[in-house]
Design a binder for this molecule. Structure first.
Ligand SMILES: C[S@@+](CC[C@H](N)C(=O)[O-])C[C@H]1O[C@@H](n2cnc3c(N)ncnc32)[C@H](O)[C@@H]1O
Length: 306
């Protein structure tokens, strides 16, 4: 599908024009059931808001014949979504909130159908209905495919006399399956963190690093308590801090060779020539673990070892 803008009711558009498993990413900013009317805002020439505004859409939902019809259609489809709507009916009765959820349910079902198996969906809502929508999303996408609830602080304090200011929206992030596209995002480390933590510089490369203690308090009788390269942590009442994986053990090993802790990514990519040379000498299964770690978003070893 190219860059296309459809105009119309999205349920109809989805059913008519959007093929199964054709969409990578869905972001929806639907009505929130805010019980408000939203206008297209016009300003007068001198900049003040014009008295007459065009009503853009009404975010008010009423339990009427249309809502009841929509409810019945989804219930008759059966499955988890049907059960969820019936449970909402039991809980909420034939109410305006149920009308809103009955409107959302078939649209979410269509969006799931349209998503590729690797696709993701972000549902933007607010606390008016986010708790019901999460249950509905669980019913449509499966609780195992829930990834995050993102809280978006939208404004500073409101004048709410008798409660905390309602200042945030909520985004529910689900995927269609367990094998989904995820592009990690990065941002530079703040200068303050570099100054405070990564304040050692490797002479050859100019790279910053942190000298971290690779032992932790307490003795152990297992491998993490064993002497290694002439250092016995038990004699100092400590043990090697190996959380859960061989990757850390490798990092410890590389540290001793370089006095610099390199990350699994360094080792995998071979970007650090010295590390690469040593990585080739790593036992096979440890090297494999490093490479798997690269795909599964390991924290830099420096952080895990702190
Ligand atoms: C919360 S607003 C989104 C506003 C938009 N994201 C923006 O920043 O301007 C919800 C929008 O959904 C539209 N809408 C409501 N029901 C719809 C439907 N059945 N099909 C398509 N759009 C719908 C409304 O007209 C409204 O523009």
């Amino acid at each position: 599908m190219g860059n296309l803008l459809y105009y119309g009711d999205n349920l109809d558009i989805l059913r008519r024009y959007v093929a199964d498993e054709s969409v990578d990413l869905v972001y929806l900013d639907p009505p929130f059931n805010s019980n408000a009317t939203y206008n297209v805002l016009f300003a007068e020439l001198h900049g003040e808001r014009a008295a007459s505004q065009i009503k853009a859409f009404e975010d008010t939902w009423t339990w009427d014949l249309t809502a009841e019809w929509s409810y019945k259609q989804t219930v008759e489809e059966g499955g988890q979504v049907s059960k969820a709507l019936q449970a909402f009916h039991t809980l909420l009765g034939p109410s305006n909130m149920l009308a809103y959820l009955a409107m959302m349910a078939p649209r979410l079902v269509e969006l799931r159908r349209a998503l590729k198996p690797t696709g993701s969906i972000y549902l933007h809502c607010d606390p008016t209905a986010s708790h019901y929508l999460k249950l509905l999303m669980d019913a449509v996408f499966g609780p195992v495919n829930f990834k995050n609830e993102l809280v978006w602080k939208r404004s500073s304090a409101h004048n709410s006399a008798k409660r905390f200011g309602p200042v945030h929206d909520t985004l529910l992030f689900y995927t269609k399956t367990e094998i989904f596209t995820w592009n990690p995002t990065f941002q530079p480390i703040p200068q303050e963190t570099i100054d405070n933590w990564y304040n050692n510089v490797e002479p050859d490369s100019g790279r910053h690093f942190n000298r971290a203690d690779l032992t932790a308090a307490g003795t152990r009788t297992g491998p993490s308590g064993e002497a290694w390269r002439g250092l016995d942590p038990t004699t100092k009442g400590r043990h090697w801090a190996i959380p859960d994986s061989w990757a850390t053990l490798c990092a410890v090993w590389i540290l001793s060779l370089h006095s610099t802790l390199l990350t699994p990514l360094d080792v995998c990519s071979g970007r650090a020539a010295r590390a690469d040379a040593h990585a080739q000498a790593l036992p096979r299964r440890i090297a494999r673990h490093f490479c798997a770690g690269r795909d599964h978003g390991y924290q830099p070893a420096e952080q895990r070892l702190r």
